[in-house]
Design a protein around this ligand. Structure first.
Ligand code: ACM
Length: 545
């Protein structure tokens, strides 16, 4: 009986081994490695790794969350259930932390017929390796394939080119449900980006609950209607508004953290403040009463540079810091017309008292006070490039949006910079010929234009260039009332941006990118996303040998 059992086990092992052997010398195609953003180093290998019902994910408890994501992707995109275990196992997918990988976001991935080994020095690096594994899986579950899915053998050594890889979303002009914000975060994660810049306040709406100042959302969170035509003005007659509660925000911050994404909140000052002033008109320059704005543009109503305003903003930022653990707090600083300050006796008095030569220096004084407050709480400020005017706050990081000049100037002054130049990375701009596009404003920013963008300006010395932290695309939602339209404007342009932030410049090639995008397209389809089709319709098919 015992002998018979041994024979059965041996037969079982043999057949199992045979099952794997049949994938040993399979030749893979370049299309099997359609990874976006393209890894820094990738060597195709012969053979494939079979994921079957017995395949285990081996990971220490410290990588439990990451292993959970991998199991989820294998289930959703491969139709297989894989168990996560902490003990060693044969024919397993092993996730392991090692000290030898220097870039905290880097990873190595070795797949052969027998095993999958993913190593990194941090859970974040492991998470990015898992995003790569996800794209190596078959992207749609073919019923013939379910239960029999394989990964192509490969050796990958990968790490990002830039430390800051971000996506911005304006929820003031139009807001989107919590579930959509989570979907947006999922997309950021899929593209190995690490920052979500959340634009929470503007003239047309204040979207973050602040307990100490409830009118910010009660009044500032709503507008009477939304503009339809500008000249002559007509509105849609429909009240519009809403806001995110502090509980919702905490939930979203935790959701992002699990995906190794930092959320940088933006609270606009001194301009883009009309919604706040509608709620608390005493903080204005005596030009009220104010109403939450129903149209788009730049408005003269800005905060008064007085003690009551600073106290208010410090109180607001105290609640913001409590919700968002990010080092950076974005304080806006863009598009603040100085006409009210020119006419205000109070503002002029502050200029005289502080020895400020003009209203730009007054804005600089305003921002520097907020910087001092945030620095005292262990945070750093980030602001749009207008914060250069009148003198940069000592520790500020600059977001260069009106072209790249602001970024160059800030880097020359030894300040850190995130590049978001409008003509390259503004995703509210048209993505193709305006004659054929339903959505968009301004100039045309094609997928190819983004893909070709180099965030490091040539005029910087190598030392100055180190201040270019990375790149971000901005999504202003004046003309994006629904999440479907946001998806259409963002995808696949954010995929091109992901490659700008991650892939070494000399490895980036546009036609090759469009080929690799076909795999990501299947993930977009599986996620039910409304992406733009331009590059998929025109992409050439690869020649096969
Ligand atoms: C901006 O686009 N006003 C930063």
């Amino acid at each position: 009986m015992k002998r018979f059992l041994l024979l059965l086990i041996a037969l079982g092992l043999f057949s199992c081994k045979g099952k794997y052997d049949q994938y040993k010398s399979i030749k893979n195609d370049p299309e099997d490695y359609a990874i976006v953003p393209k890894p820094a180093h990738l060597k195709m290998q012969e053979g494939r790794f079979l994921i079957d019902a017995g395949t285990r994910i081996v990971a220490a408890d410290t990588l439990g969350k990451e292993a959970g994501f991998l199991a989820k992707y294998i289930r959703e995109e491969g139709g297989m259930d894989t168990k996560v275990i902490t003990d060693e196992a044969e024919h397993a997918i092993k996730l392991q932390l090692v000290d030898s990988i220097t870039n905290p976001e880097g990873y190595t991935l070795d797949i052969d017929n027998d095993s999958v080994l993913l190593e990194a020095s941090t859970p974040q690096g492991i998470f990015y390796g898992i995003q790569t594994l996800r794209q190596l899986l078959p992207a749609t579950i073919d019923s013939a394939e379910a239960g029999n899915i394989t990964l192509p053998a490969v050796k990958i050594v990968d790490a990002p080119s830039y430390a800051y890889r971000g996506m911005h979303l304006d929820v003031a002009r139009h807001m989107f449900p919590v579930d959509f914000i989570k979907e947006y975060i999922d997309l950021i994660a899929l593209h190995k980006m690490n920052t979500f810049h959340w634009h929470l306040t503007d003239d047309q709406g204040w979207r973050i609950e602040i307990k100490k100042y409830p009118k910010l959302t009660e009044i500032g969170g709503f507008r009477d209607e939304t503009v339809v035509t500008r000249d002559p003005y007509t509105g849609d007659g429909k009240p519009y508004g809403g806001f995110y509660t502090q509980d919702e925000i905490r939930d979203i911050v935790a959701y992002a953290k699990d995906r190794h994404i930092t959320i940088i909140p933006e609270i606009e000052m001194p301009g883009h403040a009309t919604a706040a002033l509608a709620a608390y008109p005493d903080l204005g320059n005596g030009t009220g009463p104010y109403k939450t704005v129903t149209t788009w543009g730049v408005f003269p109503t800005i905060f008064a540079p007085k003690e009551e305003t600073f106290t208010f903003l410090e109180d607001v930022l105290t609640e913001v810091m409590d919700l968002f653990p990010s080092t950076y707090i974005h304080i806006g600083g863009d598009e603040a017309p100085k006409t009210e300050w020119e006419k205000s006796a109070q503002a002029q008095e502050v200029m005289k008292r502080e020895g400020l030569a003009n209203e730009h220096e007054l804005q600089s004084y305003f921002i520097q006070r907020m910087e001092k407050f945030l620095n005292a709480h262990g945070r750093q400020i980030m602001g749009w490039d207008e914060i250069l005017e009148g003198g940069l706050a000592p520790n500020a990081t600059v977001m260069s949006w009106r072209g790249t000049e602001g970024g160059v100037e800030a880097a020359k002054q030894n300040h850190d910079v995130v590049m978001t130049p409008n003509r390259y990375v503004y995703l509210d701009y048209y993505q193709a010929d305006p004659k054929t596009e339903k959505y968009g404003v301004g100039p045309v920013v094609t997928v190819e234009k983004i893909h070709g963008y180099n965030p490091t300006p040539a005029e910087l010395t190598p030392e100055q260039a180190k201040h270019i932290l990375g790149v971000q695309a901005n999504v202003w939602t004046e003309r994006m009332p629904t999440q479907d339209i946001v998806e259409y404007m963002v995808l696949p342009r954010m995929s091109a941006l992901a490659e700008v932030g991650w892939t070494p410049r000399d490895k980036k090639e546009y036609v090759d990118f469009t080929q690799r995008m076909k795999r990501l397209q299947k993930i977009f389809d599986a996620m039910g996303l409304n992406y733009a089709k331009h590059i998929f319709n025109s992409a050439q098919t690869p020649e096969k040998d």
